[in-house]
Ligand binder design. Structure first.
Ligand code: HEM
Length: 474
């Protein structure tokens, strides 16, 4: 009987591997997601690659990724805590944890953020207030070219800050600048080749500059978080809960609940801050870059454009979330920007929580699984023109907005991004407010064609450093 069960254990196919190195020489570590996408065309939607001795199963294409993450949510829903992820959070927090602790922290984060208005009117108000600061900041450049990365990240960071800490920071505040810059670097370096190598050969750690740098960043981040938490603790009043940290501290005092300890507090806070700032800021940056690249979509022609639609439907008053249903073209453009930008190309690595036979292949418990979001957002059997910026992907023949199942930038299933509703509200309000005020153009002397859409590859895909002009429309 052992024999017959062995026979059924066909593992997913994959390229031939070398001893020790596995398939490392066959993949481009600088653009891993594209290489894996190419391999999926040869080996099919479920295939195996070896990073050194480490076996990884890749899931490709909308149908397969959905079937795994949604229909087999339990089996494919654990997090692979790679060596660097373990160094970051020691198994605590939300992003890089598993089991009961993860479940409790994720649930607590979702309910608490909702109580503080995530996806509701309160956060709409906070975001609208922040839109004004961001617009002011852009206005100070008086139409001259500038790099908008920092201002945008400060704005999105402030939304998380107000939920987590009950306050926003001035863009000039060095504490804000340090925290945002540090997370930005951490996310970038986590996807660097040397850290990919570290995950395969962890004993190399102390020899790697990037690893030492990341460890310093983690320590500094903890010191900052502890300071802010200590300040809030001093003025804690369980009757008037101001923010996520207050809610956690109150829970910690009132319950003999083993999961509500300092490590989970610190890492949940730093996780939400890191996961919520750069991703949202980065997506907004892509939206603006696409607008500068495609002026016929942004405005200045007489057909339907973002700015024509905004003027017609909203005029010059502040845009509200409820306007979205009347702004189908603008909504489609934001969705198409997120699709093309594909900012988290391989999601965050998953791990099987038990043995599973999937699409006829046997995958053992504890196997690393990469849901290749690139292959979903660019799936040739789902999108009419996967490699072209085309808002019609999200519009029907009459110009109404349509949802598309393969729109999966937030992943899906048990580990799907818990910040999706907040991120979508931020993107919508920031984008529309900025487009009401400004026309985004390349710097003088640069043509639209010359604007570079090649991403900088880290753990996320960010636009290459660039400058744009924010020309006032008044
Ligand atoms: C996880 C995308 C904004 C908090 C993720 C994942 C993706 C993602 C792809 C991995 C899911 C998986 O492992 O399958 C994005 C994008 C964003 C965004 C594209 C913005 C446009 C946010 C915001 C927050 C947030 C604003 C915080 C409020 C998290 C957390 C996780 C996560 C805590 C880990 C979930 C878990 O492991 O259970 N996000 N995210 N994200 N995101 Fe986001």
């Amino acid at each position: 009987s052992t024999f017959s069960s062995q026979e059924n254990r066909t593992e997913p196919p994959g390229p031939k591997r070398l001893p020790l190195l596995g398939n490392l020489l066959q993949v481009d570590l600088k653009r891993l997601d594209s290489t894996l996408f190419d391999l999926s065309k040869k080996y099919g939607p479920v295939f195996t690659v070896y990073f050194g001795l480490k076996k990884v199963v890749v899931l490709a294409g909308y149908r397969t990724v959905k079937q795994a993450l949604v229909n087999h949510a339990e089996e494919f829903g654990d997090r692979e805590v790679t060596p660097i992820f373990y160094d970051f959070n020691k198994g605590h927090g939300i992003l890089f944890s598993n089991g009961d602790s993860w479940k409790e922290m994720r649930r607590f984060a979702l309910t608490t953020l909702r109580d503080f208005g995530m996806g509701k009117r309160i956060s709409e108000g906070k975001i609208i207030e922040e839109c004004n600061y961001l617009t002011e900041e852009f206005e100070q450049h008086e139409g001259k070219a500038f790099n908008n990365t920092r201002a945008i990240n400060y704005a999105s960071s402030n939304i998380i800050s107000s939920l987590m800490f009950g306050k926003r920071f001035e863009y000039k505040d060095p504490d804000l600048q340090t925290m945002v810059e540090r997370d930005h670097e951490t996310i970038h370096l986590t996807g660097s080749v040397s850290i990919l190598i570290y995950n395969i050969f962890p004993w190399l750690g102390p020899c790697l500059k990037n690893w030492r740098y990341l460890m310093k960043n983690v320590e500094d981040g903890i010191v900052d978080a502890k300071r802010i938490i200590a300040d809030l603790k001093e003025t804690l009043n369980p009757e008037t809960c101001r923010c996520f940290v207050d809610a956690f501290l109150t829970r910690k005092q009132s319950l003999e609940d083993s999961h509500y300890h300092d490590d989970n507090l610190i890492y949940s806070v730093t996780n939400l801050f890191a996961a919520g700032t750069d991703t949202t800021g980065n997506s907004l940056q892509w939206c603006l870059l696409f607008m500068a690249k495609y002026p016929h979509i942004q405005g200045c022609s007489h057909k339907i454009t973002v700015q024509e639609e905004l003027s017609r439907v909203v005029g010059s008053r502040q845009v509200r979330v409820e306007d979205r249903k009347n702004l189908p073209y603008t909504d489609a453009v934001i969705h198409e920007s997120q699709r093309m930008a594909n900012i988290v190309p391989m999601a965050i690595p998953h791990k099987t929580s038990q043995d599973i036979t999937f699409q006829g292949y046997f995958i053992k418990e504890g196997t690393t699984v990469l849901p290749l979001l690139t292959s979903v957002l660019y799936d040739e059997s789902e999108w009419e023109s996967p490699h072209t910026f085309n808002p019609s992907h999200f519009l029907d023949g009459e110009g109404n907005f349509i949802r598309r199942d393969a729109f999966m930038p937030f992943s899906a299933g048990r580990r799907a991004c818990p910040g999706e509703s907040l991120a979508r509200m931020e993107l919508f309000l920031f984008f529309t407010s900025l487009l009401q005020h400004f026309r985004f153009t390349p710097p003088p002397g640069v043509t639209e064609d010359e604007l570079d859409l090649t991403p900088v590859v880290g753990f996320t895909l960010t636009p290459s450093p660039h400058e744009l002009c924010a020309v006032s429309r008044q």
